[in-house]
Ligand binder design. Structure first.
Ligand code: HSE
Length: 298
């Protein structure tokens, strides 16, 4: 009648894969409790960690739950408790964790009638409330785990990409606010053909590198000719962080989702911790508050 779940943080875009690539972090996420209740409907009964709306229609976890509830039509309702650890607006899929968590938990309590792609569809409805656009690049890794590629949103098609065993992510979160909707609004509507060519070459080679655990190829693929030049302007010291991460041995470094968090991919936990130390120094010399964490990609 009740399930307690961990709903993970995720990194979207992964440099070259704007709106399509994402991966799942296994050491940071929200906790949620989903419970069946006799009264029909979706009720958010507890929120801890951050100040978020209790009305289901205004809460991303509530909106995704309502979308699934309308489809499943059970003769009972659900209560949702949200214990948020992922700061909203930090760029590591805070809204997706909530949106995916509620539908994942409800599905288990319903006896698993929906597969992960169907759950992603409902979760996207919640995510759209937060970012004003329907994209699934955080939702998909939160539900499937590991690396995912959203081949298409309509119809929704998600591919699971194998994750090399020794791949770790280091995240630094400078405590400034960037709204996803605003970070999307500054992007150009058209891209130059030469940038498009480099981008699809990198997406293809990154996927090949992930399939073959070719860390060198992964390293050479983590570039972004299209989005990073615009969004990096919103993140103070971005280029310094990137240079420090690379100098400390990161395979690559880029904006996590729409920022302000910055991710680095590393081969091995030792490299990831070395990168963490190096990039902490960049913000330690500024007046910007920050936090960092290292996670296996899982
Ligand atoms: N792909 C999305 C973006 C992820 O970069 O805008 C953030 O929600």
């Amino acid at each position: 009648n009740e399930i307690k779940i961990f709903s993970p943080a995720t990194v979207a875009n992964v440099s070259c894969g704007f709106d399509v690539l994402g991966f799942c972090l296994d050491s940071i996420g929200d906790e949620m409790v989903i419970r069946k209740t006799d009264r029909k409907g979706i009720f958010i009964t507890k929120i801890e960690g951050y100040d978020l709306p209790f009305e289901a229609e205004k809460n991303v976890a509530g909106v995704s739950a309502l979308a699934m509830y309308a489809d499943a039509k059970p003769d009972f309702g659900f209560e949702i408790e949200i214990y948020k650890n992922i700061k909203p607006g930090s760029g590591v899929g805070s809204s997706s964790a909530s949106a995916a968590g509620s539908v994942f938990g409800m599905n288990v309590l319903l006896g698993n009638p929906y597969n992960n792609t169907e759950l992603s569809y409902f979760a996207m409805k919640g995510e759209a409330l937060a970012s004003q656009s329907e994209h699934a690049d955080n939702i998909a890794p939160a539900l499937f785990g590991g690396f995912t590629l959203v081949k298409s949103v309509s119809p929704l098609e998600i591919l699971e990409i194998p994750t090399p065993n020794n791949l770790y992510a280091t995240i630094i979160h400078p405590q400034i606010e960037i709204k996803t909707s605003e970070a999307r609004a500054i992007l150009p509507k058209e891209v130059a053909l030469k940038d498009a060519i480099s981008q699809w070459a990198n997406v293809g080679s990154l996927i090949h590198g992930l399939h073959t655990s070719n860390y060198g190829l992964i390293e050479r693929s983590l570039h972004d000719a299209i989005v990073e030049p615009h969004r990096s302007k919103l993140i103070p010291l971005y280029h310094d962080v990137k240079a420090s991460a690379k100098a400390a041995g990161a395979l690559g470094c880029g904006i996590s989702g729409s920022g302000p968090s910055i991710f680095s991919l590393c081969e091995g936990i030792d490299a990831a911790k070395k990168v963490e130390l190096a990039i902490r120094k960049v913000y330690a010399n500024s007046d910007i508050e920050f936090d960092t964490y290292v996670s296996k990609i899982n």
